[in-house]
Design a protein around this ligand. Structure first.
Ligand code: TXE
Length: 493
């Protein structure tokens, strides 16, 4: 493939031209080996276009560009200048919101209303970190009248960032925001399933005033470009969002190469707990949103639903009615809530979990099948009476499949909630403040929501306990992932 652009069309944008090359040094270039990868529309199962596929040589080129920028223009930029670039990037993303959202829906299959929400969150995240750029401070530490001690919060260097397909543009923003605000340079690899929104975003980087090489975006496969990033000797830090299995591989590669710093945001199997005294209509809305938002493709999806015995039957009947109202279909229809799953592979994985739920004897309350006969659509599915040892209660399904079980009391549900290798998120629905606080404190999860779900915000740290990850995204906490402390000790004469 020699071309570096393709003409595409969506119902929102009409025809537009998209760059398909690798974005290195503020320009689109062809992959060194001329390889490409096909991008499939999950709604139609048809190929949208091909984009350039980065291999090891391209990773080397991107790392060289990022290193040059780190040692040069980005190092000499003032913190305020870094912040201004990020703020401009946020403005440009906002200006191009329709295009970015439409490309996201086309490529990922998420409903256009969700895609617009994602772009809004991208803008907010970039602005937030733009504001942080000139507030990264050190300390003076008084030890002796004959010495002067201070610390500096310095960038790590060249950061490799590997992101998944469930929130392609939002994960990009979560990753680049804190990295660039703190003075690092970046080589970011998109997921092979969903490279297009990052390609639509990339030209904004130069327009925002970032010097060449500060932010490089490459498209490619995990086992090739992703592996080259995690084992690269010229990369100082790798940040990853994706499966726990690949997270382990990346950590091993980091250890075996140059001991680059590692942060991981991995899978989850988050408990969503509904007590007898909860406002049942509210709880059902949040439980529905917790599991079916983004088609269940959320690391923090509330996929284990524990309902107290006094309201169990009533809850299941009402939740069934609510889930059946979710509009499944064409992501470009304004009223659509749930589009297709991202790929054939994910569709097959989810359907095999649905089969296992049926085989292990859980009760199908609704759904349990594909939706329609074209595209990777799956019916919103509810399993009730799910035993704790069933696969669908233990493993991350990453699809629109809810597993529900009954519990008696607070001690039992805390034990059930914590009975998982994961610890990303959890939620509690109750009107009793004591119950809410006791359960929130006892659950081993990085985030707990009370009487709501998926209430993420760029100001709040987000990340996992246990096998759900290392480090925190968002908020002030994410800055620590991208800085290192230097102590300077000065002898006074
Ligand atoms: O993820 P992968 P997959 C979970 C979810 C899902 C499962 C599998 O349960 O069903 O993972 O999804 C890159 N070295 N999550 O297979 O493979 C890859 O190119 C370096 C949770 O799609 O982890 C992509 O950019 N990189 C999740 C990214 O890793 C590698 C989001 C994610 O892909 C690599 C997505 C390698 N050896 C899936 N292999 C969340 N936490 O939100 C792959 N990659």
């Amino acid at each position: 493939m020699s071309g570096l652009t393709v003409n595409l069309k969506t119902p929102i944008t009409g025809e537009f031209t998209l760059n398909t090359g690798l974005y290195i040094n503020n320009e689109f270039v062809a992959s060194a080996e001329g390889k490409t990868l096909e991008v499939v529309n999950p709604t139609t199962e048809e190929v949208i276009c091909s984009v350039h596929e980065a291999t090891e040589k391209d990773v080397d080129a991107a790392v060289a560009a990022a290193r040059k920028a780190f040692d040069g223009a980005w190092r000499t930029a003032t913190p305020q200048e870094r912040g201004i670039c990020l703020l401009k990037l946020a403005d440009l993303a906002e200006k191009n919101a329709d295009l970015l959202a439409a490309v996201e829906s086309l490529d990922n299959g998420k409903s256009i209303s969700n895609a617009r929400g994602d772009v809004g969150a991208v803008v907010a995240c970039l602005r937030y970190y733009g504001g942080w750029a000139d507030k990264i401070e050190g300390k003076t530490i008084d030890i002796s009248p004959d010495m002067f001690h201070y610390t500096r919060s310095e960038p790590l260097g060249v950061c490799g960032q590997i992101i998944p397909w469930n929130f392609p543009l939002l994960m990009l923003a979560w990753k680049i925001g804190p990295a660039l605000a703190t003075g690092n340079t970046v080589v970011l690899k998109t997921a092979e399933q969903t490279p297009l929104s990052a390609l639509a975003f990339a030209p904004l980087i130069k327009e925002a005033g970032f010097p060449p090489g500060v932010l490089n975006i490459i498209t490619g496969f995990g086992k090739v470009a992703g592996a080259a990033i995690s084992s690269h000797m010229g990369i100082d830090k790798v940040a990853f969002t994706g499966s726990t299995a690949v997270g382990r591989t990346i950590m091993k590669a980091a250890a075996a190469s140059n001991l680059k710093k590692v942060t991981l945001e991995l899978g989850g199997k988050s408990p969503n707990i509904v007590f007898n005294d909860a406002d049942i209509d509210e709880a059902i809305n949040w439980v529905n949103f917790g599991i079916y938002y983004n088609h269940g493709q959320c690391c923090c999806a509330g996929s284990r639903i524990y309902v107290q015995e006094g309201i169990y039957d009533k809850f299941i009947a009402a939740f069934k009615a609510r889930a059946e109202e979710n509009k499944v279909g064409d992501p470009f229809h304004e009223e659509t809530f749930q589009g297709p799953q991202v790929s054939q592979l994910q569709f097959d994985r989810i359907m095999s979990y649905v089969k296992s739920g049926k085989d292990e004897g859980a009760t199908v309350v609704t759904g349990g099948d594909r939706h329609g006969d074209k595209g990777y659509f799956i019916q919103p599915t509810i399993f009730a009476d799910v035993r704790q040892d069933m696969k669908i209660m233990q493993e991350e399904i990453f699809g629109p499949v809810a597993a529900i079980a009954k519990f008696k009391d607070i001690e039992e549900v805390i034990a059930l909630g914590n009975d998982s290798n994961y610890g990303l998120a959890a939620a509690v629905h109750t009107k009793d403040l004591n119950t809410a606080i006791r359960v929130s404190n006892a659950l081993r999860a990085g985030t707990v929501w009370v009487n709501c779900y998926n209430a993420l915000h760029h100001q709040l740290p987000f990340g996992g306990y246990k096998e759900s990850g290392i480090g925190r995204e968002l908020g002030e906490a994410a800055l620590a992932n991208y800085t290192q402390n230097k102590s300077v000790a000065i002898k006074l004469y």
